[in-house]
Design a protein around this ligand. Structure first.
Ligand code: AMP
Ligand code: ZN
Length: 674
């Protein structure tokens, strides 16, 4: 029991809440944490303890009260104080200009200032505060009446339960699920074999409309505020001022930028259309608003939408097309992945002709048949996927797909272990697995053998010049020269690249072997604990499992790998070839990881690397790749058309590198380390 008197507890609770609110704001709103998660938890624990001792002191605006309350039977209806209108859409420069012209005419101005904002693809929410306390959150509903989803919105960490000032106000914002969080949620659902969400917007909408707030809490929703709709303070005359004021009050405000002319607005539209993938949330366009509030009054609205605002919509990232076939690809681990072969369509500037169907259950769940019309979508660098089947378009001629009961590549048996979603080819000599295994072996993060790509590997396999990756090291220039499209020079280069790869650091070699569950991180862990391949091969399960972060599945897979006669043979041949299978002194230095714990963020499109490549490079050097810029960020690497991260980095004085500078820094350090 606490030693404090009630009066003392009250004071202490007040202090703790203030501290916690401050750190919540720094973490969730400013992306700029000042204390560690553990320190934060410690404060929260203290508060929870005191509130448990003195339950009468619990108040609704306490940071401890984000998730509370019982599941509801249904939502209460809420009538909005002002109708929530829609926005008119524009799709091109001319339509934007027409929008501006109409404004000039009505307001009798030659030019007006606009504010351009992200049009976040989530769902809108209206938040009401009384005396600085969060009172109610509602959905848009039909624009006149929405639903009371207060309990769910309280779970959003960046939503202040108490404002910096005790005022009454009403704001609107967009509730959404970040892309990275969305990927995690679906990953989990895939593992749990529950239906996947089609996109972040559906996931957000589903979460906000949960009757049980504890479910909403698990979804990790976010909110960005874009409008102050209650009667503004009289001294505010611009929308941008209102947004700044909302920031002061403690809200996380949507990205915005002022533009002096419609031409400037259009430039921003072009820029964001290019760099929308850099954001960790989905935007389907921009919203353009007249900045001066007086002018908005003059402009008013039509029955459907305000005249002072318009949406600029990006070309759709979703399109409909036809499934011509469903093919099975066989991966390195033998996994059979169904892939829809599509009638090619263009989505946001790139041609899409295949979409992943993940696994057997996904095909069944979505009921995708050969010949179906389907809606497909593409988001960022993610592989395009089938969202849903348009069943109305079925003719009856569609063919139901079923997973083959033999491997389509080698004819070997396939097995789907109980409790797993993946069907695998069990034939360890399966050429598909071999090919993928070889491609993995030569990849940049593994042995980094330049010049050996999919086409050459195909040729080598077809001509029986190799059967597995160890055979690569026994190739001679003469072998290569007999291949089509292979000149003497390229043959020499391949041999040289192979030769050079023998000195790859041991952890990369270990990764290259393709042991199931052993990624680059796992390989590092192993080389931290063992100094040679022989030692690892000699370790038993218990010993491996005793290493932090190595779980039973990984340990088992390592042991299995080294007991397989075929793998023993592979390793013998790698040894014969002279591949380094142990740590040496140079590696100790690389292990010092020159980017140790340095945090990197990337923005804009990079020329030399894909996002995942550059992330891997940073991570291999001990650095960390993160998605948001904060005061803890060490470097921002900037490509073409950088997003808002650049401004943020400048503001926080984060070191900014061009791609060339990054490369130079990296190469230099690598030299020093050699
Ligand atoms: P629409 O549903 O196409 O008529 O567009 C209006 C909706 O856009 C609003 O209800 C909001 O949910 C959403 N929206 C997203 N971002 C913004 C923003 N920055 N300003 C206004 N509305 C936005
Ligand atoms: Zn096979």
């Amino acid at each position: 029991m606490s030693e404090l008197t009630k009066k003392q507890a009250k004071e202490r609770i007040k202090i703790l809440r203030k501290k916690i609110r401050y750190h919540e704001h720094q973490y969730y709103v400013q992306d700029n944490p000042e204390i560690t998660d553990a320190e934060f938890d410690e404060l929260m624990q203290q508060l929870l303890k005191l509130e448990a001792d003195f339950p009468e002191l619990i108040s609704e605006d306490s940071p401890s009260q984000r998730v509370g309350g019982e599941p509801l039977d249904k939502f209460k209806k809420v009538e909005h104080s002002q109708q929530m209108l829609s926005l008119d859409n524009t799709f091109n420069e001319q339509e934007l200009k027409d929008f501006a012209e109409r404004i000039y005419k009505i307001t009798e101005q030659n030019e007006v200032e606009f504010v351009v904002e992200h049009k976040i693809d989530g769902l809108s929410a209206i938040l009401t505060y009384e005396n600085g306390q969060f009172r109610q959150g509602a959905t848009r509903g039909n624009g006149v009446v929405g639903e009371d989803v207060t309990a769910n919105l309280r779970t959003i960490n960046s939503l202040p339960l108490k404002l910096q000032e005790d005022i009454n106000l009403e704001v609107r914002g967009e509730v959404f699920i970040s892309k990275s969080n969305f990927a995690e949620i679906n990953q989990k659902r895939l593992a749990e074999e529950t239906d996947l969400f089609a996109n972040p917007r559906n996931a957000a909408a589903g979460s906000v409309r949960q009757l049980d707030p504890s479910i909403a809490a698990q979804r990790n929703l976010s909110i960005l505020i874009y409008d102050w709709i209650s009667e503004n303070e009289s001294k505010i005359s611009y929308h941008s001022e209102a947004l700044e004021r909302l920031k002061e009050l403690g809200f996380k405000v949507n990205w915005y930028q002022k533009a002096d002319s419609i031409d400037e607005v259009y430039k921003l539209c072009e820029k964001w259309q290019e760099s929308r993938d850099d954001l960790d949330y989905e935007i389907d366009g921009l919203v353009i608003k007249v900045n001066k509030l007086d002018l908005r009054k003059i402009l008013g609205s039509t029955a459907k939408s305000p005249r002072w605002a318009v949406a600029y919509k990006f070309p759709a990232q979703q399109r409909t097309t036809v499934v011509k076939d469903i093919e099975i690809s066989v991966g390195r681990t033998g996994a059979l992945t169904p892939t829809a072969v599509l009638e090619a369509v263009e989505i946001a500037g790139s041609t899409v002709s295949r979409a992943t169907l993940h696994n057997e259950d996904e095909v069944k769940r979505k009921d995708v048949r050969i010949g179906d019309h389907v809606l497909i979508q593409k988001a960022g660098d993610v592989i395009p996927e089938v969202v849903k089947v348009i069943k109305e378009k079925r003719t009856g001629a569609e063919k139901i797909f079923s997973m083959p009961n033999y491997c389509p590549v080698c004819g070997g048996d396939v097995k789907r272990p109980a409790g797993e979603a993946v069907t695998r080819c069990t034939n360890i000599t399966c050429p598909a697995q071999r090919k993928e295994g070889i491609l993995h072996f030569v990849s940049r993060n593994a042995m980094n053998i330049e010049g050996v790509g999919p086409a050459l590997v195909d040729q080598l396999l077809e001509n029986n010049l190799i059967e597995d990756y160890a055979d690569l090291y026994f190739l001679k220039v003469d072998h290569l020269k007999q291949l089509e499209r292979m000149g003497e020079k390229s043959a020499d280069n391949v041999i040289e690249a192979l030769e050079n790869s023998k000195d790859q650091p041991f952890f990369r070699v270990l990764f290259a072997l393709g042991i199931r569950h052993v990624g680059l991180g796992g390989a590092r862990l192993l080389t931290d604990n063992y100094s040679s391949l022989d030692e690892i091969a000699g370790a038993n399960r218990e010993e491996l499992e005793s290493i932090d972060e190595i779980g039973p599945a990984t340990a088992e897979s390592i042991v299995n790998f080294f007991t397989e006669p075929q793998n023993k043979d592979l390793i013998t041949r790698l040894k014969q070839a002279g591949v380094k299978l142990e740590k040496d002194s140079s590696e100790e230095v690389e292990e010092a990881k020159f980017l140790a714990d340095k945090r990197f963020v990337f923005t804009g499109s990079l020329q030399e690397y894909t996002r995942s490549e550059i992330k891997d490079i940073v991570e291999q050097a001990g650095g960390r790749a993160t998605s948001t810029v904060s005061s803890k960020t060490d470097y921002l690497v900037v490509g073409e058309n950088p997003g808002s991260k650049l401004a943020k980095a400048q503001e926080l004085e984060v070191k900014i590198l061009t791609e060339a500078e990054f490369k130079e820094m990296f190469d230099k350090n690598k030299e020093v380390l050699k």
